[in-house]
Design a protein around this ligand. Structure first.
Ligand code: ZN
Length: 63
């Protein structure tokens, strides 16, 4: 069985603090342990958490 999805959709990763667009990922992305700085918005640093092409919902709920 070929289960891997093609990378067809790109989405913005949003800053969990202020909601600004920080970086682009596609629908096959998996990421943790990577930290980026919100350069356009609040300038805070946060961990990039993407599982199976979706930004972690827990991360989005954080304040
Ligand atoms: Zn921010």
């Amino acid at each position: 069985m070929y289960l891997k999805k093609p990378a067809i959709e790109r989405k913005w990763l949003l800053c969990p603090h202020c909601g600004m667009k920080v970086l682009l990922y596609d629908n096959t992305a998996n990421c943790s342990g990577v930290f980026v700085k919100c350069t356009r918005g609040c300038r805070r640093t946060f961990e990039v958490q993407i599982r199976g092409g979706e930004q972690s919902p827990l991360q989005e709920a954080k304040k």
